[in-house]
Design a protein around this ligand. Structure first.
Ligand SMILES: Nc1ncnc2c1ncn2[C@@H]1O[C@H](COP(=O)(O)OP(=O)(O)OP(=O)(O)O)[C@@H](O)[C@H]1O
Length: 326
């Protein structure tokens, strides 16, 4: 449904996308995760035909960004900060969008009614938008995208401005869309917990490049296996001795590890299976004031994915950087 190959996009000197590639199967719900400036919005602008790539190819539901309006017939884009004429009711907003999108008059009322139910606004349909909460406005925005029955729905940071109740209500809307339609959904977010709640798969974008992809469960499993060991050698000599010993201890570990000095502390990122060996090696080699072992959560898994460009096999979300499809 979505095929992006080796795409670059720059704004003057700023490279927003730098050889990104990914593909998404029909009906999948995929999280697009990235720090500020990672390139998420730029990617969405290409997917909805508001911009064209400088290089590489983008195909969405069989269309390309150069086809602008024809592409937008198939793609619904919900921006982070949608706003509507406050004097209209929710129903009037949806009817207007249905008319603008060419939904035939006979179908319009029923289509709008269904969408109101899907976005949880049936009871508020005849209230003016000026009285809507942020969460209701956001759900109405999703509704405006749904009236045209898009093949692909793009949600750009859909809960960024919402309180916890608004977040949960929006999440239920996404659940209903998944249950009732075969729409392919891409949700951009800073928050891995949200991606975990909504999506079975995730693409991690950083510096305009796809750094990791796979199931949220795989990323979480990676996180569960990773620990951070903090060693406090008694002095500089001890720190150097411990550093060398620890480096040797993690050299044969089942996954990559790293040793870093932070002030007087040695910080070791490693697989949990070698945490004991790391501490033992450091204590054999040097005097320590103490040590701690910490297990990172999902957010750290995301950060680790960005740092390490870790790749996880997943057939439904195939991504590469500047190379062939995985
Ligand atoms: N119109 C523009 N002109 C110049 N630079 C831009 C423009 N739009 C985006 N950029 C830059 O391109 C890079 C990617 O921006 P983009 O908005 O795609 O990232 P993002 O992941 O959506 O970030 P955020 O989460 O902050 O919205 C950033 O360095 C940004 O400053």
């Amino acid at each position: 449904m979505i095929e992006i190959r080796n795409v670059t996009k720059a704004y003057g000197d700023v490279v927003a996308l730098d050889g990104a590639s990914m593909s998404v199967d029909e009906g999948a719900t995929v999280g697009l995760v990235g720090t500020n400036g990672a390139g998420k919005t730029t990617l969405f602008r290409l997917l909805v035909g508001h911009a064209t790539p400088d290089d590489g190819t983008v195909r969405v539901a069989g269309r390309e960004p150069t086809e602008g309006p024809a592409l937008r017939e198939r793609v619904g884009f919900v921006p982070e900060d949608a706003a509507f004429d406050p004097r209209l009711t929710g129903r009037e907003v949806l009817e207007l969008h249905a008319r603008l999108r060419g939904v035939p008059g006979d179908d319009r009322a029923e289509r709008v009614e269904r969408v109101l139910a899907t976005v949880g606004l049936a009871d508020a349909a005849d209230r003016r938008v000026e009285g809507y909460s942020n969460g209701m406005t956001q759900r109405l925005a999703v509704g405006t995208a749904l009236v045209r029955r898009p093949a692909v729905l793009l949600l750009d940071e859909p809960t960024a401005a919402l309180d916890p109740r608004g977040v949960e209500a929006l999440h239920r809307v996404v659940d209903r869309i998944r249950e009732r339609t075969s729409t392919t959904i891409v949700v951009s977010s800073h928050v891995l917990d949200e991606v975990d709640r909504l999506c079975e798969r995730v693409v991690v974008l950083d510096d305009g490049r796809v750094q990791a992809r796979g199931s949220v469960a795989d990323l979480a499993t990676d996180a569960a296996d990773a620990v951070e060991v903090r060693l406090r050698p008694v002095d500089g000599d001890a720190r150097r001795a411990a550093h060398d010993a620890v480096r040797d201890a993690i050299a044969d570990a089942p996954s990559d590890g790293a040793v870093e000095s932070r002030g007087c502390t040695l910080v070791v990122e490693c697989h949990r299976a070698v945490a004991f060996d790391v501490v033992a090696a450091a204590r054999d080699a040097a005097a320590l004031d103490g040590f701690e072992v910490e297990e990172p959560g999902l957010e750290d898994a995301f950060a680790a994915a960005v740092d390490d460009a870790a790749m996880v096999d997943d057939p439904a979300v195939a991504t590469t950087n500047g190379g062939d499809r995985a």
